[in-house]
Design a protein around this ligand. Structure first.
Ligand code: DGL
Length: 270
């Protein structure tokens, strides 16, 4: 057994790296649904079905706890999965809440009413499906008042990353940042609301300039997962074998993962 980490493709590896650094003794099974990426242009129903199928595959690996290291799945499918589908002895958690808790300066599980926070103008960069779901704004409204969120759907960006086209990906980052700045010239904070985007964090920071604090999820999710497993050790699993599974072509996915993460990663067929 181990903890499962799921993404539509390569993006969740940014989260996997951070959780592995934080918990080196914990086994993780990563599953990338590269055959069906990108999710960000799919319907909610489609995202729900694909995310359930991937989660079941990770349960077969003995992962009773699965982290959706994918904002699109967290935004479009997680609530419905938790309310209607996940059995009592399993857990599925998303990546949205730790990020919003950091932005709104809250500790884990602080359910006090929404209050004023320091940041007032927030830029959200995410996939079209995440932006359309308005899940980020909904979660933020539970915790903070008076925060103006301008969301930029970053069409094409996940595709460029999955294709390994770094030049196109960087050009798309610049054009999406410019489009956002036309509507919100001076954001105080920018949220990279897709786990693929930290692979381009430097491009985002360069385009946004030094005055914008860039929040990305990997380390925040690692903190919150480690906290969760301390409180719920029964979801740690007993396994020690970590592996990488893909629904895509394992050789091709391994090459792209190695290129972006700049270390050797070997995927096997899911
Ligand atoms: N990494 C996924 C996310 O966080 C990418 C979604 C996609 O496949 O479009 O949203």
């Amino acid at each position: 057994m181990a903890v499962g980490v799921f993404d539509s493709g390569l993006g969740g590896l940014t989260v996997l790296d951070a959780v592995t650094r934080k918990m080196p003794e914990q086994a993780f099974v990563y599953l990338g649904d590269n055959a069906h990426a990108p999710y960000g242009v799919r319907t909610s129903e489609d995202i729900f079905q694909l995310t359930c199928a991937a989660t079941e595959r990770l349960w077969q690996e003995g992962c009773d706890l699965v982290i959706l290291a994918c904002n699109t799945a967290s935004a479009a499918a997680l609530k419905r999965m938790q309310e209607t589908w996940v059995p009592k002895d399993k857990r599925v958690l998303g990546v949205f809440v730790p990020l919003i808790e950091a932005l709104t300066e809250r500790q884990w599980g602080d359910n006090s009413p929404p209050r004023e926070v320091a940041v007032k103008h927030v830029a959200l960069f995410a996939t079209p499906a995440t932006v359309a779901s308005r899940a980020f704004q909904r979660e933020l409204a539970y915790r903070a008042i008076g925060v103006d969120v301008e969301a930029q759907p970053c069409g094409g960006l996940v595709d460029a990353i999955e294709q390994g086209d770094e030049i196109l990906a960087e050009a798309l980052v610049r054009s999406h940042v410019e489009a956002l700045q036309r509507r919100m010239p001076k954001p105080e904070a920018a949220i990279l609301g897709c786990t693929h985007y930290p692979l381009l964090e430097k491009a985002f920071s360069d385009a946004l300039g030094p005055d914008v604090a860039v929040y990305s999820q990997a380390n925040l999710v690692a903190e919150s997962l480690s906290d969760y497993l301390t409180r719920r050790p029964e979801f740690r699993g007993a396994g020690t074998v970590s592996k990488f599974l893909t629904t895509g072509n394992p050789a091709r996915v391994s090459d792209k993962a190695t290129q972006f993460l700049r270390r050797k990663i070997t995927f096997e067929a899911a």
